[in-house]
Design a protein around this ligand. Structure first.
Ligand SMILES: Nc1nc2c(c(=O)[nH]1)N[C@H]1C(S)=C(S)[C@@H](COP(=O)(O)OP(=O)(O)OC[C@H]3O[C@@H](n4cnc5c(=O)[nH]c(N)nc54)[C@H](O)[C@@H]3O)O[C@H]1N2
Ligand SMILES: Nc1nc2c(c(=O)[nH]1)N[C@H]1C(S)=C(S)[C@@H](COP(=O)(O)OP(=O)(O)OC[C@H]3O[C@@H](n4cnc5c(=O)[nH]c(N)nc54)[C@H](O)[C@@H]3O)O[C@H]1N2
Ligand code: SF4
Ligand SMILES: [Mo]
Length: 691
């Protein structure tokens, strides 16, 4: 009988760092146990679909290795659980507060660097750390792991971080997935694309350096060289002008310098771009014609192609396409990168924005290695970093230049507290480790990059063991350090409620009971037909780069190929793409057995002809390296890349590689222009067979 009994389901929202922010239905077996997780069917964006790794979330939340008690390190760094002893919450928080105070007394408040990213995207549990920074006047953080390059490129032309309604993809006749891999990274995008293909025979084009699972489904896959998207976009625009496939009225009304652009593009021919991209001239022309002849064309921009030294310029070049054809005017037309700028949630209370001190320094998150190793340029004349609290991120694995990050974290005079769900490689470096709740165990609220819904969640089950939420931990520390702010003296649900009210949204209670609130704008506003977000309301082919970042040297005035990538050369003949793996989410889920079974082991994809030339066999061991490091992994021979391009799907922990060093050891921490941003897919390497 019990086998057929229906398990009750409770609403929640996926907190992971993924544009989909899926509305969920979670099976609740009892007040400590969940069953399967489903996508909410009646949410028009999630539409009943979630990725496989979250569907089996029970494996993560009820994992035997989950941290449950506060820990103090008694042994060596970088080893793991065996080097820690269990302590009480009081002991742990007292020790952290005492050590922080000691550091501040010795070096001043900027010696403390609270460090976080987006392990949870909840607006409370992710961002309350900002309030801790501001009230203590610690060093601040330039968050450059993910969005900075893409933001700069998108906003340069459009002036606003929002775009076409994602559900409109179902009404498109042509969908271009540019530098993204939604089958792996935000699966429900595919649902809307499939509808357009089924109901309208829409075409799917994918622009990606390798044959991803998304590219496999495409009608046309433009398999270009990494970092060459600006050239491709320019050649497409050249054809659009040359074959009068542009919308002159639209250009006149909505854009800044169309005549200047046309002239600038005269020599950016498909032949010119073929040379740079490695694509065939005919492919480029065919794509340009298809794009120019389809009114309802929807470009879905991924992050992937922004993670290059020229990434912002390339993103901007691609955003010019719908402005040429006027695709923005049609249902199912336009482009979307992210909608996170459309919500206007007032986070003053949560982030402590009333206490910001603009004199405190801002340290670059992606340069944590240089910061901790004391690079004077990074420290900006201020004190060394001698104390950190880390929440929601695993920098020892995800940040560039791993060797430097590890060296910095090994410093004896650095005190680190890591608040985590698992003994990550970052937690293993900590002096104090605090156990963190997961999203089904605390309150939070969420906006989404990939759609338009605002959602509120409450605990679905009891917290595991002694786990505490980020907000609760920070409130406990604030009290011990004698700092006061509404954020730390108000309960989490109340804070969410106040923030929602201040933003003109429904109350926490209403929002929780209605599950989500659709914040979508009307069509004309959404598609910028009432004007773009720039000062003159026009789309800018010729952006004022200074509006989006300070380091503008070398950025092209008008869309162009910007040849500043880490070019391959005789010593480093390959370009490496360090793309995300389907069954991990950054390093999250690298602890779940099913994900590891699917991903198998760290692997490098290499073209058959390159493999033959290097005497590399399928499954054989390979060493890959550059001036920063070298590492060992296994090869898979794969004809879905150009010659001279290799791919390592990530982000495996360092320890999953034979010599204990993972892919980010090869990635440079040089910031992209004009506003910083890590260049994860912009690396030249050598590759050798290992006998
Ligand atoms: N399964 C899974 N899902 C994830 C993540 C994960 O790690 N795993 N990570 C999450 C996070 S934090 C983010 S930000 C998103 C990111 O998701 P996406 O927007 O999909 O971006 P990326 O994953 O960085 O890269 C996507 C694709 O860009 C391609 N690419 C790399 N360089 C270039 C280039 O120069 N030109 C072009 N045209 N393409 C290029 C890569 O080959 C890759 O296939 O996904 C989220 N979802
Ligand atoms: N090679 C390579 N490197 C990359 C990328 C790439 O494409 N290639 N992508 C980059 C990108 S786009 C990003 S966004 C970064 C992401 O890098 P990170 O933000 O570091 O993402 P994760 O590795 O998932 O680590 C998040 C951690 O937060 C913890 N966590 C989750 N929820 C909570 C919570 O509520 N409280 C606390 N205290 N902890 C929590 C999880 O257990 C997990 O260990 O990685 C970047 N690194
Ligand atoms: S697709 Fe993204 S948002 Fe949806 S369940 Fe998976 S990780 Fe979460
Ligand atoms: Mo990201």
């Amino acid at each position: 009988m019990s086998a057929t009994k229906k398990i009750p389901r409770v609403h929640s929202t996926c907190p992971h760092d993924c544009p989909s922010t899926c509305a969920l239905e979670v099976e609740v077996v009892d007040d400590r146990t969940i069953g399967r997780v489903y996508g909410a069917k009646d949410n028009s964006y999630t539409a009943g679909v979630v990725c496989a790794k979250v569907a089996r979330y029970a494996e993560r939340i009820h994992h035997p290795d989950r941290l449950g008690q506060p820990l103090r390190r008694v042994g060596r760094k970088a080893v793991g659980l065996s080097e820690f002893e269990v302590i009480s919450w009081d002991e742990a928080l007292n020790e952290v507060a005492t050590q922080f105070q000691k550091s501040i007394d010795q070096h001043g408040s900027e010696t403390l660097w609270p460090y976080h990213y987006a392990g949870t995207m909840g607006l409370l549990q992710r961002d309350a750390l900002d309030c801790f920074r501001h009230t203590l006047k610690t060093s601040r953080q330039h968050a450059t792991f993910c969005i900075t390059l893409a933001d700069a490129g998108w906003i340069a032309g459009t002036g606003a971080k929002r775009g076409s309604e994602p559900r409109e993809m179902a009404n498109s006749d042509l969908i271009v997935v540019w530098g993204g891999n939604p089958v792996s990274t935000q699966v429900n995008v595919m649902q809307h694309i499939s509808r357009a293909r089924r109901e309208r025979q829409a075409k799917l084009v994918v622009v990606d350096p390798y044959r991803t699972p998304t590219a496999e489904k495409a009608d046309l896959h433009l398999m270009l060289r990494p970092g060459s998207d600006g050239a491709l976009a320019c050649a497409v625009m050249h054809v659009l002008f040359a074959e009068t496939l542009v919308d002159k009225d639209y250009l006149e009304k909505y854009t800044d310098v169309p005549a200047e652009l046309e002239k600038h593009l005269l020599h950016k021919t498909p032949e010119w771009a073929a040379e740079i991209t490695g694509l065939r001239t005919e492919e480029i022309i065919a794509f340009a014609r298809l794009y120019g002849q389809t009114q309802r064309s929807f470009i879905r921009l991924g992050y992937g192609f922004s993670r290059s030294r020229n990434g912002a310029a390339n993103v901007h070049a691609v955003t010019c396409l719908p402005a040429l054809t006027g695709a923005w005017q049609y249902p199912g037309g336009g482009a979307l990168y992210s909608n996170s700028g459309m919500y206007g949630v007032d986070q003053t209370l949560i982030k402590g924005l009333d206490r910001v001190d603009n004199n405190t320094r801002v340290l670059d998150q992606s340069r944590i290695g240089d910061v901790l190793c004391g690079n004077p340029r990074d420290l900006q004349g201020g004190p060394p970093v001698t104390a950190m609290i880390i929440q929601n991120t695993n920098p020892v694995v995800v940040a560039p230049e791993t060797r430097k990050v590890i060296a910095g974290m090994q410093r004896d005079d650095l005190f680190v507290c890591v608040h985590e769900q698992f003994m990550t490689e970052t937690a293993a470096m900590a002096d104090i480790v605090l156990p963190a709740t997961m999203f089904l165990e605390h309150d939070d609220f969420y906006q989404a990059g990939g759609h338009t819904h605002l959602q509120t969640t409450r605990p679905v089950i009891e917290p595991f063991a002694e786990c505490r939420s980020n907000h609760r931990v920070l409130s406990g520390l604030a009290k011990r350090m004698g700092i006061s702010h509404v954020c730390f003296e108000t309960g989490s649900r109340e804070l969410i409620d106040q923030s929602l009210r201040q933003s003109g949204y429904p109350t926490e209670d209403d929002l929780y009971h209605q599950h989500w609130h659709d914040c979508a704008y009307d069509f004309d506003t959404t598609n910028f037909l009432n004007g773009f977000g720039t000062p003159d309301s026009k789309f800018h082919f010729k952006p004022d780069w200074k509006r989006v970042g300070q380091d503008t040297d070398g950025l092209p005035e008008l869309p162009d190929h910007m040849p500043v990538m880490n070019q391959s050369d005789e010593e480093h003949p390959f370009r490496l793409v360090a793309a995300p793996a389907r069954h991990f989410l950054n390093t999250s889920f690298t602890e779940t057995p099913t994900s590891v079974r699917y991903e198998k082991r760290p692997t490098i994809l290499i073209h058959p002809a390159d493999a033959a030339a290097l005497k590399i066999e399928d499954g054989g061991k390979v060493r890959v390296g550059n001036q920063l490091a070298d590492l060992v992994l296994h090869a898979r021979i794969f004809d879905g890349v150009q010659r001279g391009v290799v791919v390592i799907e990530s982000i495996w922990p360092n320890k999953a590689f034979e010599e204990g060093l993972g892919v980010n050891a090869l990635i440079s921490a040089e910031p992209g222009k004009p506003n910083g941003g890590a260049v994860f897919h912009d690396t030249a390497v050598w590759v050798r067979a290992v006998d």
